[in-house]
Design a protein around this ligand. Sequence first.
Ligand SMILES: O=C(O)CCC(=O)C(=O)O
Ligand SMILES: [Fe+2]
Length: 279
Amino acid sequence: MAQITHLPANCSIQEIIEVIEEQGAAIVDDFVSQSWLEKFNTSIEPHIQGYQAIDHEEDFANDFFGRRTVRLTGLQHKAPSYIDLMTDERLLGVMDYFLGPNCGQFQLSSSEIIQTHLGETAQPLHIDDILWPVNTWAPDKLLQFNTLVAATDFTEANGATHVVPYSHKWEPGREAEPQEIARATMSAGSIVLVPGNTLHGGGANTDGSVRRAIVTSYCLGWLRTYENHFLHNTVEEASQWPEKAQQLLGYDLYRHHDENISGGPLGLYEYDNPKVLFQ
Ligand SMILES: O=C(O)CCC(=O)C(=O)O
Ligand SMILES: [Fe+2]
């Protein structure tokens, strides 16, 4: 059976990049501290308790999002300590390397809780880059990069993510054989990093122990984000965040011009930079 390489917590950004570049995924054990995780879980718990299941109306969407899964977005508002994770220097370093070549500034695409419960079935294997039609025009250009922190242990029985190592280099449409599929089994606090062109999907929960993932996905700064961050928080709340978090969440212009890529300005506010709202 295929395996995902585990790196130790003290590994360098370069080591993470090298494993992902070669294998299409990596796990870093104990990526966040247990005290951070406890603080995060305490803030998010009431939101999980208050979750109202959504009927996505189409079978495909219900299968994909799950019928026994709690899904939340807007973690920057629901759990303020989340800001530390989305601006983690190691994640930003990995994103600079993988998304940097295709944009001036990358941004946050989504912040999510994906918590599976007993009876949830496995998600179809997919690549996340299919969210954007540009993927069909330029399948060789990476658009997005997903990371999942295990907020509880991830086991084969509770739904550890299926990941297909090396599939980031496959022809579009190639399907995985069972022996090519690995499981992102890892202890609470660890993280799995999955670029937008690697096949993956949530696993089935067969033992009823809750599997909670804290998902942070980044995308090119000129794409529409998966989640509409602005609807979660007030401008006043955003004004308290570090500048990097403000940029990642869209309170900045996208603009970039060099010899390879050129675009912008995008994200205007009154023909100015949205940052003027914080003055
Ligand atoms: O829950 C998981 O393990 C993966 C979720 C996922 O890939 C998605 O929702 O796009
Ligand atoms: Fe996905």
